[in-house]
Design a protein around this ligand. Structure first.
Ligand SMILES: Nc1ncnc2c1ncn2[C@@H]1O[C@H](COP(=O)(O)OP(=O)(O)OP(=O)(O)O)[C@@H](O)[C@H]1O
Ligand SMILES: [Mg+2]
Length: 397
């Protein structure tokens, strides 16, 4: 037979070899042809050659054509191979039985080679089309699954980001609550001392109207300082604020009003270098302030840590608002220990922290950076190991 391997393979199964020889020779002009004279021989060839089409005689001893066809249709490796029954019997019920078993066609002997060739060609063509379609469907399904997985991953990461932003907001709020206590304490002390002074003077009969009028202004100033603080925290704690234009110097002022006392209590000097000509930025002010508070809190921690090991150390934080090329820059620089060179590439990773368990979430910088990127800005580190760290918030100017 012609065994040109680029050609499609036809298996002819017939227990009477002479009857297929002519047919086989004719088909061999266009296909690779294999012949088998029994069902079991046919199965061997099917396993080894995986033919593209089978011409199958029905009447064979031991395993007849129907039986072989049934076996093939139940095996998912072979059930797609088109089977054409070729038989001497022409009764209609045989034809029906063959087709019901999954055969694609039914030829009655004696068959003309031309007709067999035409049918074989047609069914091979149909098989090719079907395989092409199946491949297309498989590819599309694969693509769809890929897109679906991507979308799911994107959704999950968005969900995680929102959760992180919220938990970061909460930890910033927790931090602020402590700062708030410090900040409110001071004006409360002033109020308390003033009122106690009045009581003392009153007992001694020395309390004058002038003194009271003078002190009332001090009391009112301190009350309004507390009110401002509370108002401020109320807006800061609000999760969804609108985007707007604001000045970085205002953000600095607001953040410091919340944490200045804590810095002073730690003996940290705060130096301000504000360029008033810097234009406003567009973002959500409260989120911006959260970033600044995160950075200040990191600096305070690093400075306190350094001070613990060296009592003569003079901790300081420099806060600058300036222009940097075509950007607007808010820089926070401390003279603490800086960041270990090995940790430098990790500090913006979520959950990276060098603080002891329970003291840091490791989310501060990662959330801060995400927030800045959201506003088309950026957050950069300029590190001097052993001598301090500088963080720059850069926004479009
Ligand atoms: N100013 C700084 N000086 C020295 N190291 C710093 C400074 N800022 C950040 N780091 C380092 O970067 C790490 C990550 O900071 P990040 O703010 O993301 O988390 P954290 O401060 O550890 O935790 P949390 O913000 O929840 O308190 C810190 O643990 C610290 O090692
Ligand atoms: Mg932090």
């Amino acid at each position: 037979m012609n065994q040109d391997s680029s050609k499609e393979k036809i298996l002819i199964v017939d227990d009477f070899p002479a009857s297929v020889r002519i047919l086989a020779n004719k088909l061999a002009e266009d296909y690779q042809v294999f012949t088998a004279t029994s069902g079991s021989e046919a199965l061997d060839i099917i396993h080894s050659e995986q033919p593209d089409l089978i011409l199958l005689d029905i009447m064979m001893p031991v395993m007849d054509g129907y039986e072989l066809c049934r076996i093939l249709k139940q095996d998912e490796r072979f059930h797609n191979i088109p089977v054409i029954f070729v038989t001497a019997r022409a009764e209609e019920e045989n034809e029906e039985k063959g087709l019901a078993l999954g055969a694609v066609d039914y030829l009655v002997k004696p068959v003309s080679a031309a007709i067999v060739k035409a049918r074989v060609r047609t069914h091979l063509e149909l098989k090719r089309h079907r395989e092409h379609l199946e491949k297309m469907v498989e590819e599309r399904t694969h693509e769809l699954n890929k897109t679906l997985k991507l979308l799911q991953a994107k959704k999950e990461s968005e969900f995680r980001q929102t959760a992180e932003i919220h938990s970061g907001r909460l930890s910033a709020l927790g931090e602020m609550a402590t700062s708030m206590a410090h900040e409110i304490n001071q004006p409360l002390n002033v109020i308390s001392i003033t009122v106690q002074g009045w009581q003392l003077l009153h007992r001694r009969g020395l309390l004058t109207m002038e003194k009271m009028l003078h002190d009332v202004q001090v009391l009112l100033d301190n009350v309004s300082r507390i009110t401002r603080l509370i108002d401020h925290v109320r807006t800061l704690g609000h999760p969804s604020q609108d985007i707007g234009n604001f000045y970085l110097q205002d953000v600095v002022k607001d953040a410091l009003s919340l944490c200045r006392m804590q810095f002073l209590n730690h003996g940290i000097t705060i130096n301000l270098d504000i360029d008033d000509n810097v234009p406003p930025v567009k973002a959500v002010q409260s989120e911006f302030e959260q970033v600044l508070l995160n950075l200040l809190s990191n600096s305070r921690y690093a400075l306190a840590e350094k001070k613990e090991g060296d009592a003569s150390f003079e901790p300081a934080v420099n806060i600058a608002v300036c222009r940097k090329d075509d950007k607007v820059c808010l820089a926070i620089e401390d003279n603490g220990g800086g960041i270990e060179p090995m940790a430098e590439e990790n500090i913006f990773e979520p959950f990276f922290t060098t603080k002891p368990v329970g003291q840091g979430t490791g989310l501060g910088l990662s959330i801060s950076r995400q927030l800045m990127l959201k506003f088309d800005g950026d957050l950069l580190l300029i590190n001097s190991p052993g001598q301090g760290a500088r963080f720059e918030i850069l926004m479009p100017g």
